[in-house]
Every structure is written in C-alpha cells, then in structure tokens.
Design a binder for this molecule. Structure first.
Ligand code: KIV
Ligand code: ZN
Length: 403
C-alpha cells in the first residue's frame, strides 16, 4: 500500500471527474461470505478475487482482517496478487482493527480501509451504548487514524437508513473533514424503499459539508426484496458507488446482486445516464464460479444468471422469439456470457419451436410428418418436464424414446 499514490483516488476514490460512472464495489468476499453456507477458505477467496478483477470491479472488499488470522491472510494474499482493482479491508472504529486492515493491505497496489460505525438511534442505544457525540468522536478518530495509513478511506454509517438524516449529515460532514474519501449509507436491514433512499441521498448531497469532494455509496440488503431497486434509486439520486455481491449473496436475504445492478444500468442506460466498467460477458462465468466453489446454486428464475433467464418454453413465446428475439428478451444472452437463448421443448411448446429444433438436428419433416411427430412429442412432454434432443431424434426416426 502506498498512501502517497494518487492512482487509486482517480480509479476508485475521491475524484469526481467522471461523474457518469458508477463504481462497482464488490463485497462477495466480505458481506457475502458472512452469510451461513458461504464461508470460503483462502484459496477459494483468491480464485474468486481474480475472477472479480477480470470482471472489472473497481473495489473488492476482501475481508475483515481482525476477524480471524485466516481472514487476515486471505486479505493479504489478495492484496499482493491483484493488479488493477482496489483492494479494501473492513475495520470497526477501533485502533486494533484499523491497524490490522492496514497491515493486511501493505502490499496492495491500490488499497482502501473501510471503517464503519452504527449511527441509528436503535443501534446507538442498544448495541453501542453511545451518545451522538461519542459516535461522532469515534468515527472521526477512526477515519483520521485510517487516513494516516491509507490514501483511500471509506466510512460507513451502519443502519444509515434508520438514522436521523440531520445526524447522519453531521457524522458524514465530520468524517469528510477527517479525511474520508467515500461515504457509504447502508440499508443494513433492508428496510428502505426506493422513494425514501432517493430522498435521503438527495438530502445528504445538499447537507454534508464538502459533499462535492467525496463519492456517495449505497449498500442495500434484500430483506424486503428491494436491494437492487433501492441501489438503482440511490444512483438516480447521485450515488456513484454501489456495493453489491455476485448472485446477491450476503447476510440474511442477501445484498444487492451485482449482475442485476450492472445489467439494469446497461440495459436502461438512457434512463440512468451512467455506466460501469464491468465486462458484462464475464457475469455468468463469475456467477457459475461462485456457485461451484460454494456449492450454493442460484434459483432457476434468478435474473441474469438463472437457468431460466434466457429460456423459453411456452409455444406463444417461442413463436414470438423465432420471429424476433426482442419480443421476449430485453438483452442478449451473449452480453452476460451465456452462449445462447434456449427454447426448451416441453408440454407448453408449439409446432414452430419443434420444427426449428428438428431442423437443427438435421430433420426436415413435411407438414404431415410434423403433425405425427408433434402428437408423439406432446404425449412424451406430458410425462417429462423437458424433452431432450435424444428424445426428439428417437421420435423423428420412428423409435420409442422410452426404450
Ligand atoms: O450492512 C452493513 O451495514 C454493512 C456495513 C459493515 C457496511 O455491511
Ligand atoms: Zn451489509
């Protein structure tokens, strides 16, 4: 880590020159890994970190070095290995945590220390037992210490979305003066709505002192299924960093899914007017790598990367797709790294898709032959969820597909 280097600041930190770009801060290896069932060893973390760098994330939160010696070692190894991505380590507002984060990041080419402290009344009273003044003082002391060790410092106000906006602006103003380069307002418990987060980010940008010097960041959890919608709403209100995870893994119901945020910004580019640096063709391979290494699959109907995201079974949809793919697809599967759209043959499919599949397999039945094949296909489809190419070959050749 080189605290004097300005490179990191222009790629992921405080510079506001390219305001039409949203920085993608990936926390798969920290917030994602914290979720039950997703714990990863060092080798796994390194492989995923390399995939995330190839994907083009701006900042990669590699872990919480003070949490365990293994987490420290994983962060240090990732910091040593990555070349272009800013490697970030999490720390509570405690000297030991901050020093540990700085040590773990020592060999990073681009480094960031991420300090966090709860600011909401509920957390102040029941979790921290701290007054407002004590929270401000602790946050300032932590940011000052981190800034003495690292050029980029992010401050997160845990449970920001349930914090009094005026107090949040006070804390943020104080940490900017102390040297924070990114201000993150997490919806820690996934409670907010898109309209509320727009209101909060607009308020913060007006009321935080020297707001123009820093990047505002969103970090949304999915307890009410709104993490992605809330992250996008924050972007529309000026957030220029989104914290998210591959496949949306994370505490409880998870974090905002990186692939969904990125594709929404890309597919609806005229609406949002901002872009990311992500190589979207690596989204699916990265998602698959994570599912393979953790053994945790995504649901079939998961947006962007689920098995059904580019699959069509119903006859009406298949017919439409064969005429013009835009009828039922808003993006090309190749754009997210999936080889092709799948027209799945099942009991809802029609003649058009059957004929197309048979032709791909080298059969060109006339209308009468197609009628006969279609009848046998429907009988089989009623018994099976999906009719595969081998089944169709057998039917087309007049054989028994069950034999
Ligand atoms: O959800 C949260 O508040 C967090 C912080 C540590 C950023 O993960
Ligand atoms: Zn979180």
């Amino acid at each position: 880590m080189n605290p004097d280097s300005d490179v990191a600041a222009t790629t992921s930190g405080s510079a506001r020159a390219d305001d039409d770009r949203v920085r993608i801060f990936d926390t798969t290896l920290r917030d994602g890994e914290q979720a039950p069932g997703f714990s990863m060893d060092r080798r796994t973390k390194l492989r995923i970190a390399q995939a995330l760098e190839a994907l083009g994330v701006d900042v990669l939160e590699a872990g919480f070095p003070q949490a365990s010696p293994d987490d420290f070692a994983a962060v240090a190894e990732i910091a040593r290995t990555l070349k272009t991505t800013t490697v970030c380590a999490l720390a509570r507002c405690q000297n030991g945590d901050i020093d540990s984060a700085a040590r773990a990041l020592e060999q990073a080419r681009h480094a960031r220390i991420h300090v966090f402290l709860s600011t909401s009344p509920l957390h102040r009273e029941h979790k921290l037992g701290m007054s407002k003044t004590q929270v401000v003082d602790a946050a300032v002391a932590a940011v000052e210490r981190a800034r003495g060790l690292c050029h980029e410092v992010e401050f997160s106000a845990e449970d920001a979305l349930r914090t009094e906006p005026a107090f949040l602006a006070e804390v943020f103003s104080a940490v900017v003066a102390a040297g924070a380069t990114t201000l993150n307002a997490p919806d820690t418990v996934g409670y907010t709505t898109p309209a509320e987060i727009v209101e909060l980010f607009s308020y913060l940008r007006r009321h935080v002192r020297d707001a123009h010097k820093v990047i505002f960041s969103s970090h949304c959890h999915d307890d009410l299924g709104m993490a992605v919608a809330n992250s996008l709403a924050a972007v529309s209100a000026g957030a220029r960093q989104v914290e998210c995870t591959i496949n949306g893994i994370g505490e409880r119901a998870g974090n905002a899914a990186l692939e969904e945020v990125v594709m929404a910004l890309k597919v609806r580019a005229p609406h949002f007017g901002v872009d990311t640096r992500i190589d979207t063709r690596r989204l699916y391979p990265t998602s698959r790598l994570l599912t393979q290494l953790t053994g945790q699959a995504v649901p079939r109907n998961k947006a962007i990367v689920g098995d059904n995201a580019f699959a069509h079974e119903s006859g009406i949809h298949q017919h439409g797709m064969l005429k013009h793919r835009g009828t039922y697809e808003i993006m090309r599967p190749q754009d997210v790294g999936i080889a092709e759209t799948r027209l799945v043959l099942g009991k809802h499919s029609g003649r058009a898709a059957l004929r197309q599949r048979l032709e791909t397999l080298g059969h060109t039945p006339d209308d009468a032959a197609l009628d006969a094949i279609f009848g046998r296909f429907k009988t089989l489809a009623d018994k099976k969820r999906e009719v595969h190419d081998e089944d169709l070959e057998a039917i087309a050749l007049g054989l028994d597909p069950d034999a």
